[in-house]
Design a protein around this ligand. Structure first.
Ligand code: FAD
Length: 423
């Protein structure tokens, strides 16, 4: 059955759309389908017990106790009620049967679909070494994870963080402010290596060190030891150089794994994520995928990406919903991301890895600056610290660079007397 986007289509209201997952992407899919005037059935099936919530505050304001659980929700219960969205919580989809166009949940319930949208997101990558099953070793992906961490995170305790990416650093900033003793262990030679230049890594390393966090780079974790007073609870982290770091609790932030299993078992093509086209459609024309679980083409960058960001989940949700209803929409956005550490807002657009020139605008000492990443004179990425207004304009500049390959004059970029808007 072809779904028309026109309200006169008698089938328009009767199609059933099943959404698998209950994160940022799933919530936005539900909202976008209704905004696109779809009046038929929507069923959202998620393994979590909570309504979809925002994950970014989990390692920031919520961990710090500055945000209530109610304010985490992407949409309140009322939204699902008034928009007539059927919710199946705490019951993961175990199987997709493409021949009968149905899904089966862990509890054995079956739901038929005309169109299916997979928004299964990703899960924390686990560390599997000696002692990794001791209590007090945490991961940070879900609301329940953070509630357990908060229970464990009293002032004076020694916290070891494994991984110097965004999550590790955000948690470190919250924990040191809360009066814990914090040590961060990073395998690479610098923190944030995967996402930024050494200049910005150094800036953040200095910031955290000044705040009191001990950072060990080029240090791999080889095991965990038990607390001498309790054989089941963690007491230390063993490092590859033979040292041991005493710890009352550990938080591991070493990346994520996309949740592709139910898709790949159903024969949907996957390769480092569920493969989708620029309409967010998978290798099955009746099945779409959105968010962290996807591997998608980016028309601006002319390459495939698997992203872990809210803006991506939101935009793909809009694209998939429009296309499912026959309103053609192509995914074509410049990736961007943000991170809050202490009172610094870091925002990034594009990719610095490909650049051959990095130009700073503003003062690193004053903690308000931008770093422009150029390749052959064309802007390919911008990192912004505490400069949100300029960042919005720069994001557009990065997009323009990708579309038009226009070269920027480095001396003009670094000249703070010339407003960004003029560039
Ligand atoms: C601590 C933390 C901080 C972050 N900070 C930022 C930030 O500052 N900025 C930013 O842009 N991004 C940030 N992110 C990333 C961002 O949260 C994700 O990119 C975003 O949540 C992706 O949304 P999603 O819906 O694709 O996946 P998810 O949010 O992972 O949601 C997937 C949902 O599907 C459910 N699910 C999985 N399998 C099944 C199944 N078989 N059946 C039913 N349900 C299933 C999961 O339980 C989950 O509820 C952060 C993430 C974390 C964890």
């Amino acid at each position: 059955m072809h779904i028309m986007h026109n309200n006169q289509n008698p089938e328009f209201g009767t199609v059933t759309i099943v959404v698998i997952g209950g994160g940022q992407a799933a919530a936005q899919v539900c909202a976008s389908l209704r905004q696109e005037k779809y009046t038929g059935d929507i069923v959202m099936i998620t393994e979590e017990t909570h309504l979809p919530y925002q994950r970014p505050p989990l390692s920031k304001q919520y961990l710090a106790g500055e945000q209530t659980v109610e304010r985490l929700a992407v949409r309140a219960q009322k939204f699902y009620d008034t928009q007539n969205i059927q919710l199946q919580l705490a019951d993961p989809v175990a199987r997709i049967d493409r021949s009968s166009k149905s899904v089966e949940t862990a509890s054995g319930q079956k739901f038929s679909y005309e169109k299916l949208i997979i928004c299964t997101g990703s899960r924390a990558r686990k560390i599997n070494i000696e002692g990794s099953d001791l209590t007090g070793i945490h991961y940070l992906r879900t609301l329940d994870d953070v509630d357990a961490i908060r229970n464990d995170m009293q002032a004076g305790k020694r916290l070891a963080i494994v991984g110097g990416g965004y999550i590790g650093l955000e948690v470190g900033a919250v924990a040191i402010k809360a009066g814990l003793e914090v040590t961060l262990i990073e395998m690479e030679e610098r923190i944030l290596k995967r996402v930024t230049t050494s200049e910005l890594s150094d800036f953040y390393a200095k910031l955290h060190t000044k705040a009191g966090i001990k950072i060990h780079t080029e240090t791999a974790v080889s095991g965990f030891t038990a607390n001498p007073e309790s054989s089941t609870r963690v007491g230390g982290v063993k490092c590859s150089d033979g040292t041991e770091i005493a710890a009352d609790l550990v938080i591991v932030g070493i990346g994520i794994i996309p949740n592709i299993e139910i898709a790949s078992e159903a024969g949907i093509e996957c390769d480092n994520g569920i493969l989708v086209d620029d309409h967010c459609c998978t290798s099955d024309a009746n099945i779409y995928a959105v968010g962290d679980c996807t591997n998608h083409p980016n028309a601006l960058l002319k390459k495939r990406l698997r992203l872990e960001s809210v803006p991506n989940a939101m935009e793909q949700a809009r694209v998939a919903s429009a296309n499912i209803l026959g309103n053609e929409k192509i995914y074509c956005s410049m990736p961007w991301f943000w991170s809050d550490q202490y009172d610094l807002k870091l925002q990034m657009s594009g990719f610095s890895g490909e650049a051959d020139q990095h130009i700073t605008r503003g003062s690193m000492e004053d903690q308000a600056f931008l770093i422009f990443h150029l390749k052959d004179g064309v802007l390919v990425g911008v990192d912004s610290v505490n400069s949100p207004k300029e960042f919005m304009a720069c994001k557009k500049l990065v997009e323009k660079g990708a579309r038009e390959s226009n070269k920027l004059d480095p001396t003009r970029i670094s000249d703070t007397t010339i407003p960004i808007m003029e560039i």
